[in-house]
Design a protein around this ligand. Structure first.
Ligand code: EPU
Length: 431
């Protein structure tokens, strides 16, 4: 398994470019199931979860590829033949977003078998709301041997009110609704930019959708969708991680190729914490810091609130801020796995239920630490960038699930990071 060796102490200076959003690319790839035609996606990040989704679609009979001579961030998907509409456990266990194929498969071929995802490091992650919504749309769902089987000759429109805001749940049911018979009204939907990204692709494929980006989405089902070309939006979490990297290292960093309108909550907190942040335009933002940061509380919320996917990275920053702050995690029940590792590096953090109290600034000292999930890994990279000495981060495959060549990008602006091992090791690790 790959490791990172990181020598801390360098301010990050220069321009760093953001890749396409993993969490947009995943549902957009699943959306290709909805048509017999070719869907071409660009700005696809080269990360492990995308490789996993490629394998998942291929295992169902889809043709997924990079066209000869085309840019590496472009992929074509043709789901004319879906001979095996099954998401196997071997794939689902490494990537919970595999449940995103449930809705589109039932809508397109009338049946889906998807392994139940089970829990993961950050929480239980049930998919009961996906199931309940599909049942309302007329699917019959059975569960056996760890698999969910959903069947429907043709789904029909329904009125769905989500008990809880769910990002992939909204995306899954949206993809089911676009080919359903009649109108679907979905309330209490996720308003994340990734839902809006998926909607833009679905509309380009001929779907009739209103209200994406708000909590009420209305869909008029159509009988068929066609192929389309679509460019995935930049990754707001990668961009946010880089903004924190600039601030925590007392650097001067331009984060380019991002969508600054998706970064408002993170930018607002950085400004309160004393970083200088300047939006240079719709796709670039500059962050500077003199290293004197103030402790500021955060509470994770659904978009447009402060994202749970930035909580761990923010906590690394908080260890370097003057004073005491509270970090409250409202979305997942167990998303503080990075805390113990940060404490091992010298941070002063106490957890009580879903709130962590961070006292700073702490002089972090390099240590051997373990990555437990994607964003926890990012938090440890950030901490290691300011720690005294050389840290060794184990299990960086978690990082590779969602950050494209992060060590190359960070080294390009002055970080000292070495990878030990291969980027895509032959063995499939569990998440
Ligand atoms: N939930 C249910 N029932 C459901 C679905 C969700 O109770 O049927 C609960 C979850 O347990 C959680 C809350 O609702 O407590 C929100 O979960 P959500 O469904 O929104 O999460 P998700 O769709 O599984 C996506 C991202 C996550 C991100 C969350 C929250 C993808 C592929 N994943 O997950 O990204 O943290 O939304 O914004 O889009 C990451 O990239 O590191 C990551 C974990």
């Amino acid at each position: 398994m790959d490791k990172f060796v990181i020598r801390g102490g360098n301010p990050l200076v220069g321009t760093i470019r953001v890749s396409g959003a993993k969490n947009s690319a995943l549902p957009c790839m699943a959306a290709a199931i909805l048509t017999e035609d070719v869907v071409t996606l660009s700005n696809i990040p080269r990360v492990r979860d995308i490789e996993t989704e490629r394998k998942l679609l291929q295992s169902m009979g889809a043709e997924v590829g990079l066209r000869e001579g085309e840019a590496q961030d472009r992929t074509t998907i043709c789901c004319r033949t879906l001979s095996d509409p099954v998401a196997k456990y071997e794939i689902v266990k490494t990537m919970r977003a595999s449940s995103l194929v449930l809705g589109p498969l039932v809508a397109r071929v009338g049946m889906a078998r998807v392994a139940m995802p089970g829990g993961c490091a950050i929480g239980g992650r049930p998919i009961d709301l996906h199931i309940r919504g599909l049942e309302k749309m007329g699917a019959t769902i059975t569960q056996e041997h760890g698999y969910l089987e959903a069947r429907a000759d043709r789904l029909h429109g329904a009125h769905i009110v989500f008990d809880k805001i769910t990002v992939t749940g909204t995306e899954d049911l949206l993809m089911a609704a676009v080919l359903a018979d009649g109108e679907t009204l979905m309330e209490n939907c996720a308003r994340e930019p990734e839902v809006t990204d998926l909607t833009a692709l679905l509309k380009a494929m001929g779907a009739k959708i209103q209200g994406a980006g708000t909590s009420t989405i209305r869909v008029q089902g159509v009988s068929k969708l066609h192929g389309a070309e679509y460019r995935i939006n930049p990754d707001r979490i990668e961009a946010g991680t880089f903004l924190i990297a600039g601030a925590i290292t007392a650097g001067d960093l331009i984060v380019a190729n991002c969508n600054t309108s998706h970064l408002r909550a993170v930018i607002a907190k950085l400004l309160q914490a004393g970083a200088r942040v300047e939006v240079l335009g719709p796709d670039a933002v500059r962050v500077r810091s003199d290293g004197k940061l103030r402790a500021v509380d955060i509470t994770t919320e659904e978009y447009p609130g402060f994202p749970t996917d930035m909580q761990a990275q923010y906590m690394a920053l908080a260890t370097q801020a003057q004073g005491e702050c509270r970090v409250t995690e409202n979305i997942f029940e167990n998303r503080f796995m990075h805390v113990q590792e940060l404490v091992r590096m010298g941070a002063n953090i106490k957890v009580d239920g879903n709130t962590a109290t961070v006292r700073g600034p702490a002089q972090l000292s390099a240590a051997a630490v373990m990555c437990s999930d994607l964003r926890a890994s990012a938090s440890l990279v950030l901490a290691a960038l300011v720690a005294d000495g050389e840290s060794v981060l184990d299990r960086v495959y978690h990082m590779d699930r969602g950050y494209e060549r992060i060590e190359e990008k960070l080294c390009g602006v002055g970080a000292q990071i070495q990878r030990l091992g291969n980027l895509f090791a032959p063995r499939e690790p569990e998440s």
